[in-house]
Design a protein around this ligand. Sequence first.
Ligand code: XBP
Ligand code: MG
Length: 259
Amino acid sequence: MDREALQALIFDVDGTLADTERDGHRVAFNWAFRDVGLDWEWGVDLYGELLQVSGGKERLHFYLEHYQREFASSVVLDEFIAELHRLKTAHYVDLLSTGRIALRPGVERLLREARSAGLRLAISTTTTPANVEALLDNNLGPGSLAWFEVIAAGDIVPAKKPAPDIYHHALRELGLGPAACLAFEDSNNGIRSAQGAGLRTIITFNDYTAGEDFDGAALVVDCLGEPGSPCRVLAGDAGVLSGSDCVDLPALQRLHGVV
Ligand code: XBP
Ligand code: MG
């Protein structure tokens, strides 16, 4: 891929902008089960397995088909799942409003650096759009959704990650080719989706995705880091940090290779 100057950064949300799954989405799913009188409980380990399925509705469908087959045959499945997911999303948005889910280290710093340098920002996520706005509003303040020129989220595309559809959609909306962008992801599903759209990808893994296959990532770090609180590089060219503690804009320019 012949690279152009770096023009845009495209961010995944769950697990990348913030560690939302264990103490956010998982808890909201369990509250929704209680709402409809079900004693189902998605523990931390079971949820880690279910996370292999992108999309909350798709994850519920997988769970019902594989763990609650008898119950699944007793309901109109798609209607039941849609209602359960509506309840879950309401709980998740409420949970975000408590401020319990913060952005990961370095995320706000890098977003502000990119904005100051005139780079364009976009989001490519499987999660529901309302969740994106709630996460950003509660962490970066009202109106911060507007920092992102494109919010490619949830059901806007037919196939969810690891399919590349959501990144193709973001690139189309940006009017850019992959050579002018970098993607940020946290999971194997995510990097397969981004690379499927031709994007070079930086991985910030988390407890749920540590050890997954990030083959082909431009850089694999434990987080973006902050001055004085260095990131740890697990794969890729650590030299791009050039002595810095963190993944900052100069590091991205060096990684991208064309200034
Ligand atoms: C992660 C997902 C989402 C969330 C739950 O999205 O797969 O489905 O787990 O959100 P990404 P919903 O890593 O692409 O941000 O219940 O709204 O799907
Ligand atoms: Mg993710």
